[in-house]
Write a protein that binds this ligand. Structure first.
Ligand SMILES: [Zn+2]
Length: 150
């Protein structure tokens, strides 16, 4: 963790080193090499520094209670979003059905009408309704891809 560990006294990064024991065993340690620091040359065993770091990490991990709370909130939001998509898709289906009904009505009027002008107007109206229906169906399909479970 060289570069990350800083001296408690002067806050400068500490250097790491090994000291050799009597039987050739190596002891890793961190030491402050900042001139003028009160702790200059004083070493701290690596195990002590890293043990303290591990303890710090443990404290950063959310408790099971906090984790449960977060997942509960997430699930709630997810369900709300899911319900909204479902609702939108239902209203889209109703909209498509109503467009189809209108189209059928105009087609009936075209058959009944003798006037070419009126027929032309109805045909344009049918085209317009068909386009709206297509857009609605495409949106519905896109939403189904987003939320396959629905
Ligand atoms: Zn220092």
């Amino acid at each position: 963790m060289r570069g990350f560990v800083s001296c408690g006294e002067c806050h400068h990064p500490m250097t790491s080193n090994f000291s050799t024991g009597r039987h050739g065993t190596k002891f890793p340690y961190y030491v402050c090499r900042h001139r003028g620091c009160e702790k200059f040359g004083k070493s701290v065993a690596r195990a002590k520094v890293e043990g303290a770091f591990e303890e710090l990490l443990r404290q950063l991990v959310p408790s099971p209670e906090l984790f449960a709370l977060i997942s509960k909130l997430f699930r709630k939001r997810w369900n709300e979003a899911e319900a909204k998509v479902k609702e939108t898709r239902t209203s889209m289906k109703l909209e498509v059905a109503s467009l189809e009904k209108k189209i059928a009505q105009f087609l009936d009027r075209i058959v009944e009408s003798g006037s070419a002008t009126v027929i032309g107007a109805y045909e344009r109206k049918v085209e317009e309704l068909e386009r709206s229906k297509l857009v609605m169906l495409q949106k519905n399909r896109a939403m189904r891809h987003v939320c396959k479970r629905l």
